[in-house]
Design a protein around this ligand. Structure first.
Ligand code: FES
Length: 141
């Protein structure tokens, strides 16, 4: 049911933990499954130099948050803003349809942490900034 990459990131998640005095952080949850994801960003000169996460949730939520951190480390903010849950799922060689909402949680956590960074630094939200609404996805479960 799960790809090898999903299993690998679930069994050996990358970048687990917290960043003290993070440049931005976000906590999101899905009300239906009760899973919670926290993401911490360190940003220097517009580049994401470190990312850590903590996920209290299902295996797919752990794997997608782990993969999301790997995909954005070293990227600029504008590159990171383009990361979609579909790209995270693709990087994991796919997710079962009922588990796609878990990848939405990863995209939402990343964008919430970026939003926190913008707010803390009085940077206006970039044009077109939007976060996925994980609750919108509930009916698909
Ligand atoms: S079951 Fe809810 S995030 Fe995976």
């Amino acid at each position: 049911m799960y790809s090898e990459k999903v299993m690998d990131h679930f069994m050996h998640p990358r970048n687990v933990g917290e960043i003290e005095n993070a440049s931005g952080q976000g906590t999101v949850g899905n009300a239906k499954c009760g899973d919670i994801m926290q993401m911490f960003l360190k940003i220097d000169d517009n580049v994401i130099t470190d990312v850590k996460f903590k996920t209290f949730g299902c295996g797919a939520a752990i794997a997608t948050s782990s993969m999301a951190t790997e995909l954005v480390i070293g990227k600029t903010i504008s590159e990171a803003l383009k990361l979609t849950n579909a790209a995270v799922a693709e990087a994991l060689d796919g997710l079962p349809p009922v588990k796609m909402h878990c990848s939405l949680l990863a995209e939402q956590a990343l964008k919430t942490a970026l939003e926190d960074y913008f707010n803390k630094n009085n940077i206006p939200l970039p044009e077109g900034f939007s976060k996925p609404n994980v609750d919108e996805d509930e009916d698909e479960e």
